[in-house]
Write a protein that binds this ligand. Structure first.
Ligand SMILES: [Zn+2]
Length: 455
């Protein structure tokens, strides 16, 4: 394979991904479409270890990434701590493995993807974040620090602080910088530039943030919904209002749709211009997680919970079912349930490189049927979903609560009617736990050997 282009679109749910897939199909022809692919986690920080390191976030010994604090009104304040995370156990990134053969580039555009560990493995970082810390980032950092130190106070003052914060940002920042990340147009242009460059084999990771809140002005959004509605949509996300009127709901969904079309347009435009240089290349499209657009009783966004009930619901279809298409290997549709934890092993398998022994996944093209498992690890308990072709089991480990659903239609709990299925699904979960433990031991063994060799 000459080049490998990994396109990840933040917040792109499966049922809204058609427009992007179709637009790329127009340029590259059809690829291999995995119709039932699931992310390992429902927010960026818990999903990318799956995509890039074939690993779940909660391996023993690894720091927690998510702290959930119950607060007034039984509301749950999510304080993600990905910024401060220091991995006590090293993750092995795909970019490390392919170093002998591929030059790597990243436009990752999201601090949760751009961990120092990942960036250390990249030859050329093209993102805005890494170039310089924008004022925007700095301000976000200060607010984050305050929220870590004084969570309850922060939560109580949030309603007052937020509008003020936004006001300050609007005055000083929005007018000077368009987005704190490279938008779809710039991201796609850089892909073109890199491919146009040297003849060396390349691995390019382009992460698109355009579907992620808050939305920033671009000509599409401004034209379709108007500037004032962009602000309205952003305020609906931040305040997590339970109920909004129908008109607002429509605008909210429209904004998401327009951003999806914007990404589709920009990606396909760039690919079209470099089409003849993409022979014998691998182009992959996927997402780290989806987005709630009013489901789960008015839920909007991802990784945000208002109460315990939502915490239980958060490993839902809308947030975990993601697109996964591979171009460059012919065309076809794969209906079986797969997990993104298998993506990096698949890439290595295609280019004929061996995967590290501590990786969890296998190639997506292996014949064995494996469940897709997603995890949310929090200080309020660990939550899991186990998905097979037919079923979804939700498992609240702390309370030993199990709910069984038909996969894809997760509204009616069938656990009382089908105890034998629950038992079967729990067996799969136990195997998963054992497998993770084996991976961890494998990793430890390597670390010990490394230390021995140094001596
Ligand atoms: Zn994300």
């Amino acid at each position: 394979m000459k080049n490998i282009l990994l396109i990840t679109v933040d917040c792109l749910r499966y049922d809204h991904s058609r427009v992007i897939i179709d637009k790329i199909n127009e340029v590259l022809g059809e690829g291999i479409e995995f119709e039932n692919a699931y992310a390992t986690g429902n927010f960026t920080g818990s999903s990318f270890p799956g995509i890039l390191c074939s690993k779940f976030i909660d391996m023993p010994g690894e720091d927690m990434c998510y702290k959930l604090v119950p607060s007034i009104n039984n509301e749950i304040v999510a304080q993600d701590q990905c910024f401060s995370i220091k991995n006590s156990r090293k993750r092995v990134y795909i970019t490390e493995i392919i170093k002998n053969g591929y030059k790597s580039y990243a436009m990752t555009n999201n601090p949760y993807v751009e961990t120092p560990e990942y960036m250390n493995t990249i030859d050329e970082i093209k993102s805005k974040y890494s170039k310089k810390k924008t004022i925007n980032n700095r301000m976000d950092g200060i607010i984050k620090k305050i929220s870590f130190k004084f969570p309850i106070l922060y939560h109580m003052l949030r309603k007052e602080i937020r509008p003020f914060y936004r006001f300050i940002k609007d005055i000083f920042i929005s007018k000077n910088i368009n987005t704190p990340f490279l938008d779809a147009e710039k991201n796609s242009y850089i892909i073109k530039e890199i491919i146009d460059g040297s003849d060396q084999k390349k691995f390019i990771h382009a992460h698109y943030m355009d579907l992620h809140f808050p939305y920033y002005k671009n000509e599409y959004l401004e034209l379709e919904i108007g500037e004032s509605n962009i602000l309205l949509v952003n305020s609906m996300y931040g305040d997590k209002q339970l109920k909004v009127d129908e008109k607002k709901e429509i605008i909210y969904k429209k904004a998401y749709k327009i951003q999806t079309e914007y990404v589709a347009e920009q990606v396909s435009k760039s690919l079209n211009e470099i089409k003849d240089k993409l022979d014998n290349s691998l182009i992959i499209l996927t997402a780290d997680h989806g987005e709630l657009l009013g489901e789960n009783n008015g839920g909007r966004g991802h990784g945000r919970m208002r109460n315990k009930k939502e915490l239980e619901l958060t490993l839902c279809e809308e947030l975990l079912h993601v697109p996964l298409v591979i171009w460059g290997l012919g065309k076809g549709k794969v209906n079986k349930v797969v997990s993104l934890v298998d993506l990096s092993p698949t890439i290595l398998d295609i280019i004929g490189m061996e995967k590290p022994s501590e990786w969890y996944g296998e190639t997506l093209f292996s014949k064995t049927e494996r469940p897709a498992i997603s995890e949310l690890r929090s200080n309020l308990g660990n939550f899991y979903t186990i998905r097979t072709q037919k079923w979804t089991l939700r498992y609240n480990e702390k309370e030993n609560k199990k709910q069984l659903y038909t996969r894809g239609k997760e509204d009616k709990d069938l656990s009382n009617e089908k105890p034998e299925v629950v038992k079967e699904m729990m067996k799969l979960f136990e195997e998963h736990k054992k497998k993770k433990e084996r991976q961890w031991k494998e990793m430890l063994k390597k670390e010990i050997n490394e230390i021995k060799n140094k001596k």
